[in-house]
Design a protein around this ligand. Structure first.
Ligand SMILES: [Zn+2]
Length: 151
């Protein structure tokens, strides 16, 4: 199994019509548009950088943006590596209070009824709310603890 070039989560990879497509539990299904280059993954890795603090931020933000663009019909989100600057990956992630609001809204949207549980994957929740990548979903535990103790 491969790992997602954005977040590092184990993922399955497809090469559909010459485009690499990733099915990532955190980011969702996304497709690398390398503008015809066969070096798409290398270009992306170069733009995101190694796993230092700045790179982890860019990866967290890209994962969040991909997840938010995922439509209900599960079509892959296109990630144009040569236009990645327009995605403003160095912008801040949602603040912890915005992340908590996003979490409440997500759970509410996904509950079949007020008496039924929403069934969600931790990685997907983390990307949706805009939490940073920690590699273990510990950011979600922290977020829920803060939300519960503040309210
Ligand atoms: Zn991913």
């Amino acid at each position: 199994m491969d790992s997602c070039p954005v977040c590092g989560t184990a993922t399955t990879t497809d090469n559909l019509a010459g485009f690499q497509t990733f099915q990532c539990a955190r980011c969702s299904t996304w497709r690398l548009d390398a503008g015809g280059s066969v070096m798409g993954s290398a270009l992306l890795a170069n733009k995101l950088g190694a796993w230092d603090r700045a790179s982890t931020h860019r990866r967290s933000r890209l994962s969040h943006l991909i997840r938010r663009q995922q439509s209900q019909n599960e079509d892959a989100v296109w990630v144009p590596v040569q236009e990645l600057e327009s995605w403003r990956l160095d912008d801040p992630l949602p603040s912890p209070s915005e992340q908590f609001d996003n979490l409440i809204l997500l759970v509410g949207d996904r509950q079949p009824s007020s008496a039924a549980w929403a069934v969600l994957e931790p990685g997907g929740i983390s990307a949706w709310v805009g939490a940073p990548i920690t590699g273990s979903n510990e950011e979600l535990g922290w977020l829920v603890e803060q939300g519960v103790s503040e309210r």
